[in-house]
Design a protein around this ligand. Structure first.
Ligand code: SIN
Length: 248
């Protein structure tokens, strides 16, 4: 019997990832399917105090905004794809409780649990779909979303300021810019049509900032080198030489 996407797929736990879950999978999954959800817009509007930033200097990660809410807002990125691409993971039946606990901790910073129909990409092996499921129908997935009422929700951002913010931020999981570029690369691998302009535009802006900053650093290093007094450099060379002699 085919399911119509609104009923729960009995005995199977499927999770939809649209951010870091795409390239940093949850543990204990046995199936991974590319596809999309509709009715949402993906935006870097969620502050991150625990992964890509700190409580003192939160970074920015993605959340999903309901499309009807987003349409009421003024967003500099004023278009968004109808399909929000990502991946659905099936968690092994005997590990579901453990994985839910892991995800509740990983996604603790303002995200809450929601359920949404997931559409498998064309070409996905039907054997990978939930049991007795027909390819043309969506199936139910659990998704973590930072809704506009959560404390970490920052709302519409000027893209250039947001890019500068992402460039500067980092946290226990690493540089915020690596999260952004990781998402861009992971989306690019899902399908020829899985790109997201919001992510691509921010990625390009951050690349331009990185190039600008690198140029600035290089200029400063060269200037310091030229400004260093000649005799100071020589003295340093002698100290270094003496150190080498003592330790050799
Ligand atoms: C997700 O990947 O589905 C949630 C957001 C994130 O962890 O980046």
């Amino acid at each position: 019997m085919a399911t119509n996407g609104t009923t729960a797929e009995a005995d199977e736990f499927w999770l939809f990832g649209y951010g870091s879950l795409i390239w940093k999978p949850p543990p204990h999954f046995d199936r991974r399917i590319p596809g999309w959800v509709t009715g949402y817009v993906r935006r870097f509007w969620q502050a991150s105090q625990d992964h890509r930033g700190t409580p003192e200097a939160p970074g920015r990660v993605v959340t999903l905004i309901s499309r009807s809410y987003w349409e009421q807002l003024v967003d500099h990125h004023d278009s968004a794809p109808d399909k929000v691409w990502g991946v659905a993971y099936r968690i092994k039946a005997d590990r579901v409780a453990e994985v839910k606990e892991y995800l509740d901790i990983r996604e603790i910073n303002g995200y809450t649990i929601h359920y949404t129909p997931f559409y498998p990409a064309p070409g996905v092996d039907p054997a990978l779909l939930p049991q007795n499921h027909h390819h043309d129908f969506p199936f139910r997935t659990l998704v973590y979303i930072g809704t506009p009422d959560n404390e970490q929700f920052v709302g519409p951002q000027d893209p250039q300021k947001l890019a500068e913010h992402i460039y500067r931020s980092s946290g226990p999981s690493g540089l915020n810019r690596d999260y952004l570029w990781g998402l861009e690369a992971a989306l690019g691998e899902l399908s020829p049509e899985s790109g997201d302009e919001h992510v691509t535009d921010l990625s390009n802006r951050v690349r331009a900032i990185a190039a600008r900053e690198e140029k600035k650093d290089r200029g400063e290093r060269e200037q310091q080198h030229h400004e260093q007094p000649h005799n100071f450099r020589n003295a340093g060379d002698i100290d270094e030489q003496e150190e080498t002699e003592k330790t050799s």
